[in-house]
Design a protein around this ligand. Structure first.
Ligand SMILES: [Cu+2]
Length: 224
C-alpha cells in the first residue's frame, strides 16, 4: 500500500523528535559567586515518564596520602565500589549517612585495610552500594579523612568539575527537576524545574560555601 508510506514516515519523525536526547550543562556557583566543585547535579523526570534506571558500574575509591580519591564519587545505585589502600599504613574505612559519623557502624559499613607493601597488590574491599542517597566516608584511625559517595537513582547525576561544571548527556527533552547536593551544604536547596531543550545551559547560584580544601600531606601520619 504505497499511499500509507508518507503517514508512517511522519509518525516516525514525530516519535524520534519527542524522544530526542539533549545535553545539559550546569554551572554551579558557591555563595561567593565562585565556581563550586564537587557539587552533585541530579536531574529527575517530573511527570512520571518511564525512564531507564541507571546501570550499576564498577568504581574505585583509593585511600592515598590520607585522602579518599576522588573526594566525591557519583555511582549508580547497585554499583560495586572497590576501596583500595595505597598508603603504607592501615586505614579503617567507615561509610554511613552524612552527619552521623559519630553514631558507630550500625548506620552503614566499615572495614579495615592493611597498609600497602611494596611489590604486593594493595589491600582492597568491595562494597555494593544499593541504597540511593549521599554517604559520608571516614576513617576510624585518622579523623581528618573525609570523603563522599552519592548513590544515584537517576541516570543523570554528575559531580561538578573544578570549574563548577557538570555535563549531563542523553537527557530527554521536556520538564526535569534539578537538584544540587554538596557535602558542605547546610540545608538542601529547593529543586528547580528546568525545561530541557536540545542544548540547555544554565547557571545555578547556591548558598553553599565549601570548606577550605585541606593541604595534601606527603608525610606519614603520626598515628598508624
Ligand atoms: Cu585512615
Amino acid at each position: 500500500m504505497p499511499m500509507r508510506t508518507p503517514v508512517l514516515a511522519a509518525t516516525w519523525l514525530a516519535l524520534t523528535t519527542s524522544t530526542w536526547a539533549a545535553t545539559v550543562q550546569v554551572t554551579v556557583q558557591a555563595r561567593d559567586g565562585k565556581p563550586l566543585p564537587n557539587a552533585v547535579v541530579v536531574l529527575e523526570v517530573t511527570d512520571g515518564r518511564a525512564v531507564a534506571a541507571p546501570s550499576p558500574s564498577p568504581h574505585t575509591i583509593t585511600q592515598e596520602r590520607m585522602q579518599f580519591v576522588p573526594a566525591v564519587s557519583v555511582v549508580p545505585v547497585g554499583s560495586r565500589v572497590t576501596f583500595s589502600n595505597l598508603d603504607r599504613w592501615d586505614h579503617h574505612v567507615r561509610g554511613g549517612p552524612p552527619g552521623l559519623q559519630g553514631l558507630g557502624a550500625s548506620a552503614g559499613f566499615e572495614f579495615r585495610l592493611a597498609g600497602a607493601v611494596q611489590g604486593q597488590n594493595p589491600s582492597s574491599h568491595e562494597q555494593v552500594l544499593d541504597k540511593p542517597g549521599p554517604l559520608q566516608l571516614g576513617c576510624h584511625l585518622h579523623g581528618s579523612m573525609r570523603g563522599f559517595v552519592y548513590v544515584a537513582d537517576t541516570p543523570w547525576s554528575v559531580a561538578t568539575s573544578a570549574e563548577g561544571v557538570a555535563l549531563l548527556s542523553q537527557v530527554p527533552e521536556g520538564p526535569m527537576r534539578l537538584r544540587i547536593w554538596h557535602p558542605d551544604q547546610l540545608v538542601e536547596s529547593a529543586p528547580l524545574i528546568v525545561d530541557v531543550k536540545a542544548i540547555t545551559s544554565l547557571n545555578v547560584p547556591t548558598q553553599i560555601q565549601p570548606r577550605r580544601a585541606r593541604r595534601v600531606t606527603h608525610e606519614a601520619p603520626s598515628v598508624y
